[in-house]
Design a protein around this ligand. Sequence first.
Ligand code: GSH
Length: 208
Amino acid sequence: MNSKLTIYGDMRSGNCLKVKWVVDFLRLPYQWIETRAGTGATKDPAFLTLNPQGQVPVLVLGDGRVLAQSNAIVLHLAEATPLTPDDSYERARMWEAMFWEQYSHEPAIAVRRWRLHFLGMPETDLDPSLLDRGRLALELMEDKLATQAWIACNIFTCADIALLAYTRMANEGGFNLASYPHVSRWITRCESRLALGPYVSAPRQIPV
Ligand SMILES: N[C@@H](CCC(=O)N[C@@H](CS)C(=O)NCC(=O)O)C(=O)O
């Protein structure tokens, strides 16, 4: 993976930041093309030829091949690196956490954050199940992290990166991270591995 990568992403999006953290961690050369969700940029005909789903992140490899879906990109970039366990069962544990992230965690926590923080929707207009499902996801993480340092394996993996993305921003979705002390300490551990400072809330930018 030594030819230059191109990443289309939105710096406010956890899904996109996952990809940025992996390329930074692995010191891979890349160019970042800021492509804001909710502005029409992801529905532009030229962008749709890259990803017909009209979503970021999108990775373009040095030879022109294209890949979408944040966790697929992360796993591809991190193959055969210290972010991916050698043992096949441990690798499956990592994937387990990442599939769970996309099916049960992100659809509640990221969606609630987007609607509340960026679209400025009042709490009363939000689907109440988002709060319940997001809290359940955080409780499951809290239970796990009470007895282990990393979310899926005994080493820091792609699963920690995938789950860090929106967990770290959960307060913007109306969740209270202070209620999850093991999760909070894990966030700090992940930030330290990735050489990130503590999360600074993204300014509200309501799309026009
Ligand atoms: N499952 C996808 C979700 C990607 C996604 O939802 N992207 C959002 C930003 S976080 C997006 O591009 N939305 C398009 C738009 O609102 O214009 C992934 O993991 O990459």
